[in-house]
Ligand binder design. Structure first.
Ligand code: PMP
Length: 282
């Protein structure tokens, strides 16, 4: 079951007009919220980031947080899996094709749920492989825009190389992954790039930094050079659906000793523990 513009329905019945600006221009924003045991994880933070994306594209939020919460709750109920990946999507709506914003148009609101598939045990235990690529995206990567063509091409490049992610480099510095944030460990210090217009402010990124802070793990938020990335003891990727994963092979070279490192194992356990605690408290 999905939600589209005021109605819940089976996805097969969902229709949008071909002139929807999401379809024509990619003029819209989205969110992906992991749902564990039917509890949306960090919902307030996701709704805050949605608001920020909408503000950035000058689109009024079609719902307040209470309405979003109700719609999301109902959609979770209507779908079977206990763990879901909840997708929210708002576009500027259908209008005669013209780049400038149309007047009096109703935004399109679409929500869907898919079963949440977190990484298999083997990926957690052995790590995953990634390539590096030039970050050729625009300069507003902080907006969670539905226009994802560069990310699609970069991720495909990774898949064709037999890898799960492309780690992006812009002018000698690491920004993020094609669909994830990236952390590195250098000299036993966890490093995270600063939030700015060159990366998406990840919800998982925040969780990892909060857990590092609470556990007394030495960490720094600062720019990370390509040399630091390539010489790192550990490299991790984080995202709502992939949680925290170690990258153990980067451009065919082992990261550290080629196995998930001790800091990763610690963070992975902290993350799972945090998730379980949040779920139990509802
Ligand atoms: N960066 C990009 C480009 C992403 O698409 C994502 C989400 N898939 C992330 C970072 C991670 O964000 P989050 O932790 O909120 O899922």
């Amino acid at each position: 079951m999905i939600y589209l513009n005021g109605e819940f329905m089976p996805i097969e019945q969902a229709r949008i007009p071909v002139l929807d600006r999401g379809f024509i221009f990619g003029d819209g924003v989205y969110e992906v919220i992991p749902v564990y045991s039917r509890h949306p994880f960090r919902l307030a933070e996701h709704l805050r980031r949605l608001q920020s994306s909408l503000d950035s594209i000058k689109l009024a939020n079609p719902h307040n947080d209470a309405t979003w919460t109700r719609l999301i709750g109902r959609l979770i109920e209507l779908n079977e899996p206990e763990d879901q990946s909840l997708y929210m999507h708002v576009t500027r709506g259908p209008a005669k094709r013209d780049h400038a914003f149309p007047k009096d148009v109703t935004p399109t609101v679409f929500l869907m749920s898919n079963p949440l598939t977190t990484p298999p045990r083997q990926q957690v235990n052995e790590g995953v492989c990634a390539i590096t690529a030039v970050d050729n995206r625009w300069l507003r990567c902080d907006i969670k825009a539905i226009a994802l063509l560069p990310n699609v091409l970069l991720r495909q490049e990774a898949v064709e190389a037999g890898c799960v992610e492309a780690v992006l480099l812009r002018e000698g510095f690491m920004t993020e992954g094609a669909a994830s944030n990236i952390f590195v460990v250098c000299n036993d210090v966890l490093l995270a790039p600063p939030k700015n217009h060159l990366m998406l402010p990840g919800i998982t990124y925040d969780v990892v930094l909060e857990l590092a802070q609470a556990a007394g793990i030495r960490h720094e938020v600062r720019e990370i050079s390509e040399a630091e990335l390539r010489g790192a003891q550990e490299v991790w990727l984080t995202s709502s659906t992939r949680e925290v994963l170690a990258i153990t092979l980067l451009d065919d070279a082992p990261v550290g000793n080629g196995k998930p490192g001790p800091m990763f194992s610690r963070m992975y356990a902290l993350y799972q523990d945090y998730k379980n605690r949040v779920m139990r408290s509802g």
